[in-house]
Design a protein around this ligand. Sequence first.
Ligand code: GAP
Length: 424
Amino acid sequence: MEKITSLAKRRGFIFQGSEIYGGYQGFWDYGPLGVELKNNIKKEWWKYMVYRREDVVGMEAAVIMNPIVWEKSGHLKAFTDPLVECKICHKRFKSDDEAVVKNHEKEHDGKVSWTEPKLFNTLTEVLLGTTEPKEKAFLRGEITQGVFVNFKNVVDSTRVKIPFGIAQIGKAFRNEITPGNFTFRSCEFEQMELEYFVPPNEKDSKKTFEEFKKIRMDWYKSLGINKEKLRFHDHEPEKRAHYARYATDIEYEAPFGWSESEGIHHRGDFDLKNHGLKYKDEMTNEEYTPWVIETSGGVDRALLFFLIDSYWEDGERVVLRLHPKLAPFKVAVFPLLANKLELVGKARFVHKALSVNFHCAWDDRGNIGKRYFAQDEIGTPWCVTVDFQSLDDNTVTVRDRDTAKQERIAIDKLSEFFQNELTR
Ligand code: GAP
């Protein structure tokens, strides 16, 4: 794990939030490469869950909503974690986070005694308004409620008919008792969610739930994650969130153990009923409260697991074998020598032409071997080198990150070559 956190910082993927002031626990900043990787993950999710389907539309709700939303959704009462306090040093922990609790006990040579678990609400409060007392509102603890409160707006303003889904990606906030494991448990994070509305039918809705389990697992696999490191973990009734009739996690085997990347929930009519929302079937005139199947993934967790999973050491070479669709740069372009004007000019031309369609890096420092290594470490799938032969025959070498093999390709065929590779 240390290798991942150090690479993430050294190469500009992830920085500690507010680092120059000593950091701020539970908050992280994404650097120049991190933001690209994150955007690519979100783009691939949106393509898979929205564009590929006829029955899904997207939306983006406000982060702060009328506080009544959280009362109706049950979060004010039930969005809680069990908190215990160490009686020696008064540090507080989530009592069901067994590894963290055990680790703390070790720090005190096993002599810790704990307070009784107390339920702690993890919604983050904010104060709004210009007159005192200010109004208490909440940063959303899940992005989901923004979709539910707009259910009628979406039905009335589009042509959707049940069954259909509303997708959303956005920030959520939780006042986590024990943020940790790098970005895995943060206080500010992003979620990518689909709320899929179906008729209230036990058998059919369970079938849809099973279908979405497969769809979501396939997404991770389609982006190259080692399938041996992925599994479903069904939740026992007492472990389910307050809204869930059934719940399954997709877990990844991280260096800190099997860990949740995404939750798939059968939310029944819990939310729409609480918000007093119904659906009218135009064909039958029947009015009913739809049931909801939800897929809820963490963008930051997916990013962390893609980073961990792609990390590979090949002798001295460190390689991020990220799926090309996720890689921050698709191509790096080099002139063989930085002091030969003709090579630099031609390489600049290639870089400019490819940049129209692909995010391209440029490097003319040091020797070619070092430049390859630097690109391997950030996951760039292909490096293009303009050499002396390029001046004669307008071909370049294209070097593959994973095999380190090179082939010569005509400059005017490069775009097509990369496009084909990226759509494979
Ligand atoms: N709308 C349902 C919902 O929010 P959840 O299981 O509480 O369900 C969904 O959260 C996903 O959000 C998780 O699977 C995880 O990927 C991500 N997530 C939740 N809490 C997180 C945290 N503190 N830090 C980072 N990601 C988190």
